[in-house]
Structure formats: structure tokens, C-alpha cells
Design a binder for this molecule. Sequence first.
Ligand SMILES: [Zn+2]
Length: 463
Amino acid sequence: MNTQSPHRRRAAALLGIAGALATCGAAGARRPASAQVPFVPDSGSLAVHCGALIDGEADAPQRDVTVVIRAGRLGALTPGRAHPADLPLLELGDYTCLPGLIDMHTHITELPEDEADLKVFFTRTAAQAQAIGVRNAAATLAAGFTTVRDVGTYVAWTDRILRDSINRGEVAGPRMAIVGYYLTIPGGGGDLVVPGVAEKDIPARVRVGVTRGPEQFRLRAQGAIDGGAELVKVIASGAVLAYGGVPGAPEMNREEIAAAVEVAHAAHRKIAAHAHGAQSIKDAILAGVDTVEHASYIDDEAIALAKAHSVALSMDVYNGDYTETEGRRQHWPEEFLRKNLESTEAQRQGFTAAHAAGVPIVFGTDAGVYPHGLNARQFPIMVQRGMRPMEAIKSATSLAAHYLGWDDRVGRLVPGLYGDLIAVRGDPLRDIDRLQHVETVIKGGLAFKLPRRAPPRARPEAG
Ligand SMILES: [Zn+2]
């Protein structure tokens, strides 16, 4: 493994920012206190005056509005700067405020350079995975992503350790919905079969969800839910970044997927299906999944099915660029690089066609394939490939929350939801690249990132 990677240095830098914030509680009488680790989650109270505000739901932004957050929850949005006298005011008159962003497809306990040699997972301990996850969580939060749907980890339940430590306020990171482990067939896209390693030498903790047949998949899905997963993840087709898998070819069959769906939905959990090929996309939709991941080789029939069944696509249209450049530089296996090249442009064309047909598309990036914290790099590609900027923002806010089943918690700036708010300088509707420069991150009313310098033109109080 290349320990001198840019990702490692970047994660350390971002952690440095988070660390500095954690100790700058005296940022000024009119500024909110920054979150200290450990902190009491969802306990912050403040008012934020926004020059513009995109609430995640409406088609147009509001101008000159103040958001109140009390005890971690959003309260009223009022015109102007009429904020309650008992709350600190964060003045963001030159900024656009948005709901905290949601990435629907991350692998937050893993790193891009793991792809160079998947054997690292055979020896990585839970403590090592946690240390990696803590850095990635800080980078993700600092990038404005206050919620992630973490769709898999090779070492079972490392996602649960990270989620729980964030929820206890011991680690700064996004809200996490987790899967615990992949449901996958032997040798499938979620099974760590590595050439040159005998099966008996593969530790059991990386194969918890590896099985065959509807009855066995039913048990594994139930095991994930009983263990605390918010979501079930099935690997329906072959994978790009796995040995021997053919992305266009089915792995789990429709009956196996349907068995997992039945268990997930009986427990009021959502279920996501990794499916590159058209047949697997159709099998997953007809089996009843909530979202299809990747959807690289989607065809017209699968697009029509997704639309008819209101199944959302989570299409990771950025990371192919990273794999082709950095992955090649890091000597990822030639097979992975080939499959990535074959699928990247096809997926982007499928994205355009599915979006034009009216299929819901949620923002999912496969963070972990590329460095965590660069999640927003996907926005400009979604816009280049046919989405209006407001559609791209909704895909990462209200629409994502809907398909996460968390409409009542995150994804919109409306009273009652968690006080998760980010801000960027300027107008992301004119320049979607602004979302790669998030300067303010509030989660549960606590400031995890604030502009480094005061706004240049602080206006007098409006009473
Ligand atoms: Zn993935």
C-alpha cells in the first residue's frame, strides 16, 4: 500500500481544520461555539442569517432569511435578520445556505488505496478500520455532507462502530445509515476472493453475508437488521472493483433478492441493490428494492421499469475519472482499471437517459473508491450530463432523504428537522462548483466548520 498518497495527506489536513475548530470556542460573542469532541449531539442552538437560502424542497431560493435552530432542531425561517435575542447569530449575508448534504453511497471505513491490494482487509483490525473511519468521517463532514448512507464494508460491522461513536459525540462525522455487511454470492462482488489466497485463509469476518439461495439470504438479511443495520445491501451483479466479476452479468437471482427485500421491508428498512447490468437492474426492481446502485448498463426497458416502480438510481458518475488517473498511478489491478474504463462513459450516458425519462436519481458517489471529502466533485458531472443545478442539489438533499426513509430528519430546511445546515459563498445555482467549497457546516445546531474570516461587510443589527 502506498502510504504517501495525496488522500492521506488531505485527510490529515482536513482533520487539522476540525481539530482547530474544536479548540476555538471563543470565536466571538456573536458567533456560535464550535463543537468540542466529545460533544452532546443535536444540542446546539443558534440563529443563522443567510443572504440566500435553498431549502431543499422549493424550486427557487429565498433571499435574506434567518434560520433558527434550537436544541439541535430547525425552527422558524423568518425574513431579514430578525433573530431571537437569546441566540448567537452567525452572519452569512454573503453566503447561500443549504440543508446538510447527503451522500447515498459511501464506504466510509475504507480507502481508495485499499483497491491496490484487497488483501489488506484480511489483516485489518476493527481498531484500524475505526481509525481510518474517524479520519474519513471528519473529511466528509467538513465537505458539507452531514448524512451518509454507508453501503458496505468488507470487514463486518466496522460501520456500526463508527456510527455509534459519532452518535455518542465521541467522533465528528456525518449521520450514518449502515448495512453491517454485504449480501453476496460466493465469489460475488461483495466477497473478498483474491487470486493467490486459499479460501481457508480468508477470515470469516469478511464473509458474513456470503451465501446462496433465498432462505439463506433471508437469514443473513435478518442478521444484519438484528445487528443494527438501517439498510440492507445486496450485490445483484458483478462488480468493477472485484476480481473475476462481470459487471454486466447477474450474480444474485431475482428470488434471492426478493427474499432479502421481504425481510428488509417487514422490518421497515430500505434495501439497496448493487447492479451494473440491465438484467440485474430489472431483477432488482421487480424484486422490490428501493434504490439501484451504479446502474452502469441501464437500458430503455430498465429505465421504464425504474420509473414505473419509483425506484431511485444512485449513479456514481464521478469516480471513474479518479480510478482511471489515480487508480492507474497506484497500480490498482489491471482488471479493475479495464472494467472501469468500459463502464464509465456508458454509465454517464445512462444517467442522461434515465434523468431525461424522469427516473428519480439520488446523489451517490461511491466515496472510498476516491478520497472521502471530495464527494461534491460529482455535482458538476451531474449538471454536465443533464441535471439542472437545483435538481442536482435536491438529489443530495430532499430526494436522498426520501429514499433513505429519513424525510422527517434531514434533507430540508423546514421546522422540526435536525439543524443540519451548510453554506457556500456565492450562488451554487449559477456555479455548481461552489458546492466543492463548503465554508460552514452546522450539524444538530453545532458548528463543525465556520468561515475562516469574518464576512467583509457585517451589517448593523436589525433589532
Ligand atoms: Zn460501492
